[in-house]
Design a protein around this ligand. Structure first.
Ligand code: ADP
Ligand code: BMX
Ligand code: ZN
Length: 291
């Protein structure tokens, strides 16, 4: 059976064909449209999946946003070009004429990473540091989605009451500081207007402000992880997303977490499936939901 898996992020759209051995046989990527209109996203998805759809028997979507009853509702619309609501399952069923399931991107990645653990643990938490900061919790083999799909949205917990306003409406969320968008928004002077990827490159060259912005992100993430440990008593936290997987980032997070009291320590790992965790998690979810 071939699953057409799709990952909708705030910066990029990815899609691939996933076989029964959970291998991605073909993979495509394109930028997420920076448009408020649902039509722009539907058009982009059509272009993305059209070369992959033949021979697939089902569609599985991992998407940024709260996913409930097949509908995407942004908690932070700024991360999705201002798009607040999108009929995800209806749109992809129409485009592909296949049965379709959808879940949040970080929840999907959590499922895949849990599946990849060599030794199962009672509680594992996945965190993506990407356009936003997302999370997924697996407890005793079960992914927590919540009744309305909100479970795991730990990027919207408080990092700093004097921090910037988050696109979700709260002040000082972890996401507003630690995410790729948060890093870029805090940049001043010669770094203003640059994206997080470029700011990481400047930090590698020793740019003082760039180094400080990344350090602030890593410290904020370490504090979040200590909070997550206190809430879930997880055995490990797996980190993904392009910021989370950037060279040297997790080492900094580890160093900041080591400064916290012993009770808040937990094992930190990079996502084994790297940038494909969302695609593979969606395919796994489809196995349970559609077979
Ligand atoms: P999405 O949020 O669409 O899932 P990513 O996981 O690629 O996508 O995260 C996008 C964010 O990561 C952007 O803020 C981008 O600037 C940043 N980014 C992309 N590549 C890198 C990199 N190599 N190093 C650091 N940051 C990166
Ligand atoms: C935001 C929120 C989450 C998502 C997280 C990471 C929106 C549109 N998204 O907190 O649902 O899991 O970003 O998303 O409200 P990504 O785009 O960085 O992968
Ligand atoms: Zn927020």
């Amino acid at each position: 059976m071939t699953t057409l898996a799709i990952d909708i992020g705030g910066t990029k759209l990815a899609a691939g064909r996933v076989n029964d051995a959970l291998q991605i046989t073909e993979r495509r990527e394109m930028p997420t449209p920076a448009s408020k209109t649902p039509e722009a996203l539907a058009d982009a998805l059509q272009q993305l999946v059209q070369p992959l759809v033949s021979g697939a028997t089902r569609v599985a979507v991992a998407s940024t946003g709260i996913i409930h009853d097949g509908i995407l509702t942004s908690i932070n619309p700024a991360n999705l070009g201002g798009l607040a609501r999108f009929p995800l399952v209806e749109t992809l069923s129409r485009i592909t004429a296949l049965p379709c399931v959808a879940l949040n991107d970080a929840q999907a990645a959590a499922l895949a990473e849990y599946h990849a653990l060599l030794t199962p643990v009672p509680v594992m938490v996945f965190i993506t540091v990407s356009t936003g900061v997302g999370g997924g919790i697996v407890s005793h083999g079960k992914l927590l989605t919540g009744e309305g799909g909100l479970a795991g949205h730990i990027g919207h917990t408080l990092a700093d009451p004097r921090g910037p306003r988050c696109g979700c409406g709260r002040i000082g969320c972890v996401e507003a500081i630690a995410s790729g968008r948060g890093i870029a928004a805090a940049a001043r002077g010669d770094l203003q207007g640059l994206d997080a990827k470029t700011i990481f490159a400047r930090a590698q060259q020793g740019h003082t402000q760039a180094v400080a912005l990344i350090t602030h992100s890593a410290q904020t993430l370490a504090r979040l992880i200590a909070d997550v440990k206190a809430v879930t008593d997880c055995e490990c936290v797996v980190v993904g997303g392009s910021v989370g997987l950037a060279e040297g980032y997790l080492a900094q997070v580890k160093a900041f977490l080591a400064e916290e009291p012993q009770a808040y320590q937990t094992e930190l790992r990079e996502a084994r499936f790297r940038h494909d965790a969302g695609l593979l998690g969606a395919a796994l979810w489809a196995e349970g939901a559609l077979s």
